[in-house]
Every structure is written in C-alpha cells, then in structure tokens.
Write a protein that binds this ligand. Structure first.
Ligand code: GLN
Length: 541
C-alpha cells in the first residue's frame, strides 16, 4: 500500500545501555512538535515475547499501563500520555509476542500456503504494518516510533530491520532516525568519553541505518568539542548532536532540547514548516515543580517498593498535583510488611498523607489494613486505589461495623464475611492474560461528596484493572455505619468510589486515577488529596 505522503515518521532507538530515557526523549520530541501545532502520536515496539506486560511481575517490568480501550501496555505509554496530553490506545504498543501470534495464526489458517514463513519478510512485514497503522489512520502529521531494547540485542533485530525498510521506502524527507546514547564521565580521567557512542552508531550502521540525530545522555552538559568529536566519528552534523544531561525533573527535558534547537532541526530534516511554538504553560509548570514553597510527605504503602517503576504513574501524578498545590510531594515507598512487624504508628508518624496503591495477593495485606486504621483514626488524609479501596472497606467492616472476620475472597476463599468478592463475570475466567476488568468504564458520582467536589461533574470515566469488587451484600451495613458510596457504575451494581464521614479526606476508588493524570492537568483526586495533605501538614506544625 502506498504511504500517505504527508505523514512523517521519527524512529527512536537506544544504544550502549538500557534505561537511558528513550521514552522521555520520545515524549519530549512529541511535546515540542505538538506545541508547534502538529498532531503527534507515539508508539512503542517492545522486543519481548510476552503478548503484553499484563502477566509480568511488577518487580521486573514496572507498572502495567492500562489504556482507555483496555490494553495492558508498557509504562512508556504513560509518559507519552502525560507529556502529550492525548489518550493512547492498543495500537500504540506492539510486542514481539503479538507479532508472532498474528503471523503464526495466519500461517495455521493457510494465508501463506506454499511458502516457508520466515523472519524476513513475514515477521518484518507484520511489524511494518503495525508501524504504519497509526500513520495510515489520517489523524496524525507525525508518528514517533520508539523501539524498545538496545541496538545490538538479538531480540530487537527484526524491529530495526522493519524500520530500515520503512525509512528506505519513505525517503529521507519523510522518515528520520533519532539515536539515544550514553556519554559517560570517567572521573579518574576527568573526561567525558565518546567511544561508547561511536560503537553504538557503528552497530546501527551495520544494520543499515545512519542516524540523523543523536541524543547524548550524560551527567553534565556536553561541551562543543565533545559534540564535534561525536559528529566527526558518527557522520552526524554537530548541530544534530544534542546534550541530554541530567535534569532535576524529567519535565525539564523538553526545555533542554528546545534550548538547543532540536525541534527546528527535526522540522528542517522533515521539510516541515516552522510554526511558532507555545511553551509558556510548560515552562510555568517546570518552574512550579522547581520552586515549590513547602514539602508534603506522603507514605505509599505497597509491596513492590524495590522497583519504583512499579508505581510510576503514582509518582508522576504527585509531581503534577504538587505543582498545582505549590508544594513538593515527597513520596516514601514503604513496605506494608514493615508496618506488620513494626506497627503503623512507628512508621507513619510524621507523614501528612497515606496512599495505598493497587496490588495483588495476600502478602502485606494486614500491614495495609493497620496503616489505614491509623490514618482513619488520626484523621490523616487517606487515598486508596483499587486494592487500596478494598483494604479500606475490609478495615472499616472489621473495626467500625464489628465484622471481625471481614476479608477479601482474593485472600480467603471460604468465608461468609468477604466484604470484597470476585466479580460475577470473573468467576469462570481461567486464563491469566488480558482477562481482568480492563479499561475505561463510566461512574456516576453522588452530589455533596469529596468525589464530586474534586471532579465537579456527575459523570466520570476512569480506567480499571481488577477482578474483585465490593460485595453488595454488605453495602447497607457499611452505609449504616457511615461509609459513603460516592461513586457507582451507572446501573448502581458496582461500587467505584467510597469515602467516610467525620474525616477530612478519606477516599477510595476501584479504578486507577493515576493513569489519567497529565503534566499540566493533574488528576482531580490527586490534586485534592495533596491539598488535604498540605493542609494537614500546616495544621500539624
Ligand atoms: N487484586 C485486586 C483485584 O484484582 C486489586 C487489583 C488492583 O489493585 N489493580 O481486584
């Protein structure tokens, strides 16, 4: 199929090491082009064989980012949404698993009868089709494609090959390559070293790709001589070698790149008109982050605390909501098992708010429940997300309604006091992949509640990822003792939000609001939670 000529493609690869911030680079480039008036989307291609990250351990992979259309995707899609302030979809994330699944299904159906099915062209053709799908939709001027992994990895080879073929077919004015690499500082030599970057570009050249732009990650700013040396060895003009040095916040990266003219260089390479940029709001946002007047301390009690990426969207939502409240949120990730062994008071004293995030399995649950009890009784602002809501309901049932055996069917199967039980449509589900209640669902809010006060509208839509829910059998009893069901599904069958009487801010939601917090538009629940925590911190002085 011929390409729609007007769509431009930017491919982003990474070299030397992983975790260089390709996702932030992609998001920053996307933001700068969007602020110049172009319609931009970003897609991620992940070289692992899982169909999606939904079945992976958060310790290893970090957060699973859920889109409105219910896809379980890579956490980089969260950065794309937060920076660009646009919704991503299933089409924005492809994995090797999906590609092979599709090709093998077609082979079994007989689509390739007579042919030997091979990596080139069958796998690469399927990758190319997916790389072009958003561009072919006619919705975008520019499609940015981030390729996961590091150049040189065996797994990413078919993706790089597909990218090479697309660049060749489309021509230099329509597709460019941005390579993110590392320029380490060797303290014993007192110098920044360019060799890893030279080797990484050589790797890319061996695969048939001459990068158009280099983004050099480094601790300090790259001086002109280093940029020129890199340019000489990599065949990239020095005005297209950019310094992406460490910043105090990831939201400053677009400004750092803008100050080096990166968006202009991209527009010039892609032969796109240089439309005026509107950076004021973003600059103000970054200034707010850097100049917050006070600190607010929030305890986040979970079980995946060794990998902070497991709670990525929560951390970022705190940055957005902190900026809106003129405070810096310091979120400490605390193991709920520590609360079990040391007691809630000892660990939570001094915090201005408690957040219990989503999670799975029984480990650490009693610690979470003890933490919630402490926050409820001491009127510390509390925010429960998904499993956090479920734990808050258990705590309330046990300690306020007197149902001592209250629990969740996720942890004890046979118990007539399971105030949290499996959703009816989940009972028969046996397979693990993509089988939870996933994606956006509507929710109706009760007037005169904290929920309504935050959103300021009666109907909202939020993203879900769960199998269990509040057991309606206990709703009347919980309500009688002062629990408020402030958000329900439109048919009123599902509890989506809870709060309680006589507490400054105690809110739980069955959905994941952190997934919809945007850089310059903090999520209303995070904004209000941080506001309550900030007020608590001042009252406590
Ligand atoms: N484990 C709980 C459930 O499946 C909560 C899930 C979550 O917190 N995302 O309902």
């Amino acid at each position: 199929m011929p390409f729609k000529k007007k769509v431009k493609y930017i491919f982003i690869t990474g070299g030397v090491v992983s975790s260089l911030g390709k996702g932030i680079t992609a998001s920053s480039i996307g933001l700068l082009l969007k602020l110049r008036g172009y319609s931009v989307t970003i897609q991620k291609f992940d070289p692992y064989i899982n169909v999606d990250p939904g079945t992976m351990n958060p310790f290893q992979h970090g957060e699973v980012y859920v889109t409105d259309d219910g896809a379980e995707t890579d956490l980089d899609l969260g950065h794309y949404e937060r920076f660009l302030d646009v919704d991503m979809s299933r089409a924005n994330n492809t994995t090797t698993g999906q590609v092979y699944h599709e090709v093998i299904t077609r082979e079994r159906r007989g689509d390739f009868l007579g042919a030997t099915v091979q990596v080139i062209p069958h796998i690469t053709d399927e990758i190319k089709k997916r790389m072009k799908v958003l561009g072919d939709s006619g919705k975008y001027d520019i499609v940015i494609t981030e390729i996961g992994g590091t150049v040189g990895d065996i797994e990413s080879l078919p993706f790089i090959e597909a990218m090479r073929q697309i660049m060749l077919e489309m021509g230099r004015k329509n597709a460019i390559s941005v390579h993110v690499t590392l320029v380490p500082y060797i303290s014993s030599a007192g110098e920044m070293k360019t060799k890893p970057t030279q080797h990484s570009v050589k790797n890319l050249l061996e695969l048939g790709i001459q990068p158009n732009i280099l983004v050099c990650r480094s601790e300090g700013k790259l001086v002109k001589e280093i940029r020129e040396k890199i340019a000489l060895f990599t065949n990239v003009p020095s005005e297209a070698v950019f310094s992406a040095h460490d910043c105090s916040t990831i939201y400053e990266v677009p400004l750092v790149l803008f100050n080096q003219n990166m968006d202009r260089v991209i527009l010039e390479r892609l032969k796109l008109p240089d439309i005026n940029i509107h950076l004021d709001e973003w600059t103000r946002f970054v200034e707010q982050i850097k100049n917050a007047s006070r600190i607010v301390k929030i305890a986040v009690c979970g079980k995946y605390i060794e990998n902070k990426d497991a709670y990525k969207s929560i951390s970022e939502a705190f940055v957005h909501s902190g900026a809106e409240n003129d405070v810096k949120v310091v979120a400490d990730f605390i193991s709920s098992e520590d609360i079990e062994s040391k007691g809630a008071e000892k660990i939570l004293k001094g915090y201005h708010g408690l957040l219990i995030p989503g999670g799975f399995g029984e480990r650490g649950i009693e610690g979470k429940i003890a933490a919630i009890k402490f926050a409820r009784e001491n009127k510390i602002p509390f925010f429960g997300i998904c499993l956090g809501l479920q734990c808050a309901v258990i705590e309330y049932a046990r300690n306020v309604c007197g149902l001592k055996k209250a629990n969740s069917a996720e942890f004890v199967k046979k118990n007539s006091f399971n105030v949290i039980h499996i959703m009816p449509e989940q009972i028969k589900v046996k397979v693990k992949g993509a089988s939870m209640r996933l994606g956006a669902y509507p929710c109706v809010l009760k007037k005169k509640t904290l929920a309504y006060e935050a959103y300021k509208k009666p109907k909202i839509s939020e993203r879900h990822r769960h199998r269990f829910e509040v057991n309606n059998k206990f709703r009347a009893q919980l309500e009688e003792y002062g629990m408020i069901f402030s958000g329900l599904s439109p048919d009123e069958k599902l509890v989506e939000m809870i709060e309680i009487e006589n507490h400054p801010w105690f809110v739980g939601c069955q959905f994941h609001p952190e997934l919809k917090s945007r850089a310059t538009n903090a999520h209303p629940l995070f904004r209000e939670f941080v506001k309550a925590a900030s007020e608590f911190s001042q009252g406590n002085k």
